[in-house]
Write a protein that binds this ligand. Structure first.
Ligand SMILES: Cc1cc2nc3c(=O)[nH]c(=O)nc-3n(C[C@H](O)[C@H](O)[C@H](O)COP(=O)(O)OP(=O)(O)OC[C@H]3O[C@@H](n4cnc5c(N)ncnc54)[C@H](O)[C@@H]3O)c2cc1C
Length: 385
C-alpha cells in the first residue's frame, strides 16, 4: 500500500474549514485546503452571524479576532412572542461577561480568515471542487473537479463544504421547516444600545441583531410569503415589518438589499467512515433561530484540530480517532440541535394551548435566574456551558 500523498485535506474554505486549517497549521500540521470558489471572488453572502462569547474566545486564541474590524457586542437579548404575555431578558451583566455575543457579517469574517490563512502559509487551491470522497481502512481518495480533473489521497479528508455535497448520504435527523429567512440591514428610530431581539410570531421568528449603527434583520416566513415580502419596495417592506415586530425600537426608518435563505434541519454528524470526517454545516445544518450553526461548527473545527495535534501521523483518521471525536461532538451538538428544533416548532404553532404554555415558559425564564443562567451558558459555550 503506497503512502497517501497528503496527511490532511480540507474540502471547503468557508469559516469552519478555514478555522480548522488555521488551528491545525498553528499546531504544526500542514493541511491542504481545496475551495470550489475561484480566488478573489467577491462574496455575495448577506448573512449576518451572531457569534457567542465562547466563539470569540476560540477566534482570539487563533489570532483571528483582532483582524475583525466591525463586530457589534450584544449585551442584552429580549425574547418575546406576539399576541401573548411573557417575555424574558438575558443579560451579559447577569452572566458577568462583557457581552453575550457579537454580530458581524459573514463576508467580513470570511475575508479576515482568508488573510490569516495566507499569512500563516496554509496551502490552498481555489477553483477546485471535491466531487467525491471514497475511503478504505488506510486512506481516503478525493476526486477533484477543477481546471484539470484529478485525484488526491489523504490520511484524513475533512468535509467542510457547508453540506453541499451530501445529496446521497441520508441524514440521521432532518426536517424541512417550510420557512425562508429574509435577511437585510435595517435602521430604527431608537438606537440599539447593544440590545438584540428574538420575537416569535405565528408566521415565524423575527430576530433583530445590533450591527454597526443599525440592526441586522432575520425575518422568517413561509416560502410564498417570504417571496412576496422580499419583493416589496422599501416603504411597504418597512410598514409590514413594523406591523409584525411592533414599536419597541420606534419606527423602522430604512432597509438595505434583501437576501433569502431556505431553512431546514439536516443532521448527519461528523462521522463519515474511516479517514473521512464532516465539520460545520456538512455535519449539521440548523435553523438560525438560536444563532447556533456557526458556533457549533467552530467548535467542531477547533476540537478536530486539537484531536489531530495529539495524534501520531499514522493514526490520523483511524476509526478510534474519529469515533472519539464524534462522541464528543454528539454530546455538544445534539442538545443544541434539539433545543433549536423545539423552539422553531413550539413557537410556530397557533395552537392556543401551546401559545399559553410558551407564554408561561417565557415568564418562568424571566422569573427564575438559574433557568436563565442555564439557557445563556448553553447558548454561549455549548456543552462546556
Ligand atoms: C439566515 C442565516 C442566519 C444565520 N445566522 C447565524 C448566527 O447568527 N449564528 C451562527 O452561529 N450561525 C448562523 N447561521 C449558520 C451559519 O451561517 C453556518 O453554520 C456557517 O456559515 C457554516 O459554515 P461552513 O464553513 O460549514 O459552511 P459554508 O459557510 O457554507 O462554507 C462552505 C465552503 O465550502 C465551499 N465548497 C462547497 N462545496 C465544495 C466542494 N465540493 N469542494 C470544495 N469546496 C466546496 C464553498 O464555496 C464555501 O466556501 C445562519 C445561517 C443562515 C442561513
Amino acid at each position: 500500500m503506497t503512502e497517501p500523498a497528503e496527511s490532511i485535506v480540507i474540502a471547503g474554505a468557508g469559516p469552519v474549514g478555514a478555522v480548522c486549517a488555521l488551528a491545525m497549521k498553528q499546531g504544526g500540521l500542514d493541511p491542504l485546503v481545496l475551495e470550489a470558489r475561484p480566488e478573489d471572488t467577491q462574496l455575495n453572502d448577506r448573512r449576518t452571524l451572531a457569534l457567542s462569547y465562547g466563539s470569540r474566545l476560540i477566534l482570539e486564541r487563533l489570532g483571528i479576532w483582532s483582524r475583525i474590524k466591525q463586530a457589534t457586542p450584544i449585551t442584552r437579548i429580549h425574547i418575546s412572542h406576539k399576541g401573548g404575555l411573557g417575555r424574558a431578558l438575558l443579560s451579559a451583566e447577569e452572566e458577568r461577561l462583557p457581552a453575550l455575543g457579537y454580530v458581524l457579517s459573514y463576508g467580513e469574517l470570511a475575508q479576515a480568515l482568508m488573510d490569516c490563512l495566507k499569512d500563516a502559509g496554509v496551502r490552498m487551491r481555489f477553483g477546485v471542487q471535491v466531487k467525491n470522497v471514497h475511503a478504505n481502512s488506510q486512506q481516503s481518495k478525493l476526486e477533484l473537479d477543477g481546471d484539470v480533473p484529478d485525484t488526491l489521497s489523504a490520511r484524513l479528508a475533512v468535509i467542510a463544504d457547508g453540506g453541499r455535497g451530501e445529496g446521497t448520504t441520508p441524514a440521521k435527523w432532518s426536517r424541512d421547516y417550510q420557512q425562508v429567512a429574509i435577511v437585510a440591514e435595517v435602521k430604527t428610530e431608537i438606537p440599539h444600545q447593544n440590545l438584540a431581539y428574538e420575537r416569535f410570531t405565528p408566521n415565524g421568528p423575527i430576530a433583530l441583531l445590533p450591527k454597526d449603527d443599525g440592526y441586522a434583520l432575520v425575518w422568517v416566513n413561509a416560502p410564498t410569503e417570504a417571496q412576496r415580502i422580499a419583493q416589496l419596495d422599501d416603504a411597504r417592506f418597512l410598514a409590514e415589518l413594523q406591523a409584525r415586530f411592533g414599536s419597541r425600537q420606534g419606527r423602522f426608518l430604512s432597509a438595505g438589499p434583501r437576501g433569502q435563505f431556505p431553512l431546514k434541519l439536516d443532521y448527519r454528524g461528523t462521522q463519515a467512515g474511516e479517514h473521512v470526517v464532516r465539520v460545520g454545516n456538512a455535519a449539521q445544518t440548523l435553523h438560525p433561530v438560536a444563532g447556533q450553526g456557526f458556533n457549533l461548527g467552530l467548535r467542531d473545527a477547533w476540537e478536530l484540530a486539537q484531536s489531530c495535534l495529539d495524534m501520531p501521523t499514522e493514526d490520523l483518521g483511524s476509526a478510534a480517532h474519529l469515533e472519539r471525536f464524534a462522541a464528543g461532538r454528539r454530546r455538544d451538538a445534539l442538545p443544541g440541535i434539539g433545543f433549536t428544533d423545539f423552539l422553531v416548532r413550539a413557537f410556530s404553532t397557533s395552537n392556543p394551548v401551546v401559545h399559553h404554555l410558551r407564554g408561561l415558559g417565557l415568564m418562568a425564564l424571566q422569573a427564575l435566574p438559574p433557568a436563565r443562567h442555564f439557557v445563556a451558558r448553553r447558548m454561549l459555550f455549548g456543552k462546556n456551558g
